[in-house]
Design a binder for this molecule. Structure first.
Ligand SMILES: *Cc1c(COP(=O)(O)O)cnc(C)c1O
Length: 394
């Protein structure tokens, strides 16, 4: 029996064995890339299970069943990007429907809701989901779903997933969780009652900043059947080559998550001691308001740390000063990246909205990689010195 089909294996084992012996004809240890767009029918009325690649592709199927197993769902679906995955899920809803969504949301999802789906008649209320009473108060008669990110991006607010599921169940609406930041290695929303999980697999799951991909996992057959129809109908599927790259990256997810979390924990505490830093956002820090909830529903803090500088004028010299850490968008890769959310990921959010959710002009987001911690710390230290030197010279 191929190891990935065993329900008894632990997460690390499932990850390492991803794709192994999934091609019965050859016994390949690395799942072959099936570029074929079409598949011959053995006879009239019979199919090998594969007819046309948009509908199903052997390489994609292995990835899709792997993410379903990892998240504890019934079926997985792979898309050309995280936004394609989110779009497919939100296509479940129709004109006149309403969603309740985390206020400090991934900028691209906010843009999709405000600049695309609002024109199709879908309306959204953004709430601070760390406040369950606010979530419940935002529900209207036409509300169809809660859409949760936890921790949020970039201010690391924590939402009680099981608490939200309780509210959603009382109102007979769905719970959808964007699990990009934690991955199933640290957090499994379906086990907490969520109906659907979405991922930008471009981030931690892929892990190497070399493949754009999205994933969806459904918790039951009814919603899975509808997502399957939408995936095939819309057609924004992940190509076989990218499916393989993603599986290749996922094999080391456990090791990478452990290492970047270890680094992030040390860096978060170190950042708290720097005079140039006024606030640090990391889910397992002692003073994080969501720490207790996070530790109840997740098994790790993850690799994302945000921090606020004491003066917005420090931002430019710090970003100019980092040498090892790359100033770039995105997150979750083995290489450390620094982002300035105000002008990058959250540029499409009006300034007042952005500041109200805590994305100030002084906030930097740090995707901590798997480099040696001393090198990361030394790079930040010299960038902070550089910034303070520039300011003193003014
Ligand atoms: C990056 C990201 C997305 C969008 O994914 P793409 O792969 O860039 O399309 C969605 N949600 C979160 C939390 C993200 O970080």
């Amino acid at each position: 029996m191929p190891p990935s089909e065993s329900a008894t294996h632990r997460m690390e084992t499932l990850l390492a064995q991803l794709g192994n012996r999934q091609d019965p004809q050859t016994g390949a240890v690395s799942m072959p890339i099936y570029h074929s767009t079409t598949f011959s029918h053995p006879e009239t009325g019979h199919s090998t299970g594969f007819d046309y690649t948009r509908t199903a592709n052997p390489t994609r199927s292995v990835l899709e069943s792997a993410i379903a197993t990892l998240e504890g769902g019934v079926r997985g679906f792979a898309f050309a990007s995280g936004m394609a995955a989110v779009t497919c899920v939100l296509t479940l809803f129709k004109s006149g429907d309403h969603l309740v969504v985390s206020d400090d949301l991934y900028g691209g999802t906010y843009r999709l809701l405000e600049q695309v789906l609002s024109f199709t008649g879908l309306s959204t209320t953004y709430v601070d989901m760390s406040d369950l009473a606010a979530v419940e108060a935002a529900i209207r008669p036409n509300t169809q779903a809660l859409f949760i990110e936890t921790p949020t991006n970039p201010t690391m607010k924590i939402t009680d997933i099981a608490g939200c599921v309780g509210i959603a169940n009382r109102h007979h609406i769905m719970t959808i969780v964007d699990n990009t930041f934690m991955t199933p290695y640290y957090q499994k929303p379906i086990g907490l009652g969520a109906d659907l999980v979405v991922h930008s697999a471009t981030k931690f799951l892929g892990g190497h900043n070399d493949v754009l991909a999205g994933l969806v996992v459904a918790s039951d057959e009814t919603v899975a059947a509808r997502i399957g129809q939408l995936q095939n109908g819309i057609g924004a599927v992940l190509g076989p080559q990218d499916c393989w790259l993603l599986m290749r990256g996922m094999k080391t997810l456990g090791l990478r998550m452990e290492r970047c979390t270890e680094n992030a924990k040390v860096l978060a505490k170190w950042l708290q001691r720097q005079s140039i830093v006024t606030r640090v956002f990391y889910p397992t820090l002692d003073n994080h308001p969501g720490r207790f909830v996070h530790e109840k529903q997740s098994t790790g803090g993850g690799g994302m740390v945000s921090f606020e500088l004491s003066d917005a004028r420090f931002v430019k010299p710090v970003l100019d000063g980092i040498k090892l850490i790359t100033f770039a968008e995105s997150l979750g890769g083995v290489e450390s990246l620094m982002t300035y959310p105000a002008t990058q990921t959250h540029a499409d959010m009006p300034k007042d909205v952005r500041e109200a959710v805590g994305v100030s002009d002084r906030l930097l987001r740090f995707s901590v990689g798997i480099e040696h911690i001393d090198d990361l710390m030394a790079d930040l230290a010299q960038a902070f010195d550089h910034a303070q030197g520039e300011m003193a010279a003014q």
